[in-house]
Design a protein around this ligand. Sequence first.
Ligand code: SF4
Length: 258
Amino acid sequence: MPPGTGWPGDPAGPQTPVARTPAQVVRLARAAGSVRDLDAAITVCRACPRLVQWRETVATTGRRASFADQPYWGRPAAGFGPAGAPVLVVGLAPAANGANRTGRMFTGDRSGDWIYAALHRGGYATRATSEHAGDGLELQGIRIVSAVRCAPPQNKPTTVEKATCAPWLHRELELAAPVLRSILALGSIGWDATLRTVREMGWTVPRPKPRFGHGAQAGLLTPDGRAVRLVGSYHVSQQNTFTGKLTEQMLDAVIAVL
Ligand code: SF4
């Protein structure tokens, strides 16, 4: 879906600058003066050739049969939720037929059914369901981002792809930092990406490195001395929710401490 062609919530337009190399990701992430600018730049990024090809192939010739008649977003997913939210959720990456189809984090797939129902129970979401980008769902006091912004094959980004995408998360955290109270990391990749990023930003992180686990917590300190709580949760993937590794009660418990 080309930028600025009417997709609900599309933050980019035809003039939005496009990052085509890792160096350009660094430059454009640093230059983003607001969450809106950051969202726009992320959603037109083309810096990872393998992921660009995968997301666009899924969006054109590789659609799931049940969505074959629908247009796909086929671009990186911007963060979802208000700028200036005191809570940030850091996930792994969009799903090929989820956010890569709908253009909104955790929207249109089973993972979204879980996370938004839990956020609704916790008072952070206006609805318990998230079906498409124009469904009216709004978040309050929370914003959802991911360590990698393009859908990867088998949900497995490479080390190079994670590093290439890292500056977007870095800028996201810089913009959020002045009002941030807590961060919910979904899965170990979100946990590790968050710790690596805040260390780069000069935050104080406990040593040895806090270990990821469901319900794990780590106290982080910003350079100006504000405490931010990092909380771990098993990812809301079907692999975890279908098998009972992650239950609704477990998810509600970690959201309650944010
Ligand atoms: S994964 Fe990140 S850096 Fe790579 S193309 Fe997508 S948005 Fe750009």
